[in-house]
Design a binder for this molecule. Structure first.
Ligand code: ASP
Ligand code: MG
Length: 427
């Protein structure tokens, strides 16, 4: 017997029929002999709808009241799932954030889970009751409802799994696992048996949209084993206990999985793309100490995340060009802030481009293998794809290219790293 957290996303919860399918999956998991806690999202599209109501009510809305409104979507689905489970003869009840309680910090609309007090819920699980928990929310230090940021139900699920000491956190979604890249772009993309926390963290942060980035960081910190798997399954599908999806695990467990299945580690595990960044170039910035600080201090103060930064070699006139990227949604704000500081910074022109894409290759195998970056650069060059900027971390190489070349670049790289489905199986 194990203790398992199951999380269902918005598409799986959209309407009575789908909730009934979810209830069946949950019942089947319990019938396999496990204690089961379920975390649910709001129905697909519901959170967007609620956010729009807030905007219409008051353009400059109070985040605390925004949370009251947007948290309701998950409250509805948690109650509905409990009712549906009861209709199938299961014992089930909902646990709202204030009832556990799940305490949050860092205010509203992007709060963080700090503690979950679970003894009562654990006692209920031990009596064979299914716990249904609305995702995306907890209760703040002031005793008010607080939400965890878009996609936050993934984080709720991982936090609950850590708090109740679950053996596994299964994230049921509309894809059946984590792929080597987006299967809509590369038909030969493959589902992976397992990826490490570190790889998933990088993949999530560079545009792979399977899990909220924060949930992966929390799983890594708490050592929660996560499985991503499809919610569109029937009674004949492989049971979750036999791992039909992708496991997200520690480096040690990954080594074991590779050994058990007699597989070699790939240098590159996944290729992600992100079309939501924009590029800013400031020309003729004074090439002297403090100049760059003048550019980035106001952006940091406005919580604008700068990703890649390139400072060109200074020209002889003691001037240089500085290029960097920001999220597309923050471009207008960043531009206005920089214009505002024009005299302090002392640039000549500001050139922006939101027609770019960031392509990233990720893999723990890079740590011990040279040449991953150069494979990337030559594969892109062979297809005439121009690289506008580069950043690297220990397990990631990212480049900026023209947005129109996104799909081509992803396909070319998928082949270049030997990830296409006809090649050797990946772990
Ligand atoms: N319903 C919330 C959202 O759409 C949280 C979630 O589904 O994870 O962002
Ligand atoms: Mg989601």
């Amino acid at each position: 017997m194990a203790r398992i957290v199951m999380k269902f996303g918005g598409t799986s919860m959209a309407g009575t029929e789908r909730i009934r399918r979810v209830a069946n999956i949950v019942r089947r998991q319990q019938a396999a002999g496990h204690e089961v806690a379920v975390v649910v999202s709001a129905m697909a599209g519901e959170t967007d709808r609620l956010i729009n109501f807030c905007r219409e009510a008051n353009a400059i809305y109070d985040p605390a009241e925004y949370d009251v409104v947007v948290a309701s979507g998950e409250q509805v689905t948690s109650g509905l799932l409990a009712l549906t489970l009861q209709s199938l003869g299961c014992k089930a009840r909902s646990w709202l954030g204030w009832q556990m309680p799940m305490k949050t910090v860092e205010g509203h609309s992007k709060a963080r889970v700090e503690t979950i007090d679970a003894p009562e819920m654990i006692a209920s699980l031990e009596r064979g009751e299914i716990a249904v928990i609305p995702g995306f929310q907890g209760v703040s230090g002031e005793g008010r409802i607080a939400t965890l940021g878009r996609g936050g139900s993934d984080t709720s699920a991982v936090a609950v799994a850590a708090a109740i000491g679950a053996d596994r956190c299964d994230i049921y979604t509309d894809v059946d696992g984590v792929y080597t890249t987006d299967p809509r772009i590369v038909a030969k993309a493959r589902k992976q048996k397992a990826v490490t926390y570190e790889e998933m963290l990088e993949l999530a942060s560079v545009g792979a949209k399977v899990l909220q980035t924060r949930s992966v960081g929390l799983a890594m910190k708490e050592g929660v084993r996560v499985q991503v798997l499809s919610s569109f399954i029937d009674d004949d599908s492989t049971p979750a206990d036999e791992f039909p999806g992708t496991l997200i695990v520690s480096e040690e467990e990954m080594e074991q999985i590779l050994k058990d299945s007699d597989m070699e580690r790939q240098h590159v595990t996944g290729i992600a793309h992100d079309k939501n960044e924009a590029k800013i170039i400031l020309t003729r910035v004074p090439d002297k100490p403090g100049a760059v600080a003048h550019i980035f201090a106001p952006l940091a103060a406005a919580s604008i995340n700068v990703d890649m930064i390139i400072q060109n070699v200074g020209r002889d006139k003691g001037e240089t060009d500085v290029t960097f990227t920001v999220p597309q949604a923050d471009l207008a704000r960043a531009q206005a802030l920089l214009e505002d500081k024009r005299s302090e910074i002392g640039f000549n022109r500001i050139i922006t481009d939101d027609h770019i894409a960031k392509i990233s290759v990720v893999g723990v195998g890079m740590k011990s293998h040279a040449g991953v970056a150069s494979t990337m650069f030559s594969a892109l060059a062979d297809r005439g794809i121009n690289i506008q900027a580069i950043t690297t971390s220990e397990i990631k190489v990212s480049v900026i290219i023209d947005e129109d070349e996104t799909e081509l670049a992803v396909r070319v790289l998928h082949t270049a790293y030997g990830l296409d489905a006809s090649d050797e199986p990946v772990a």
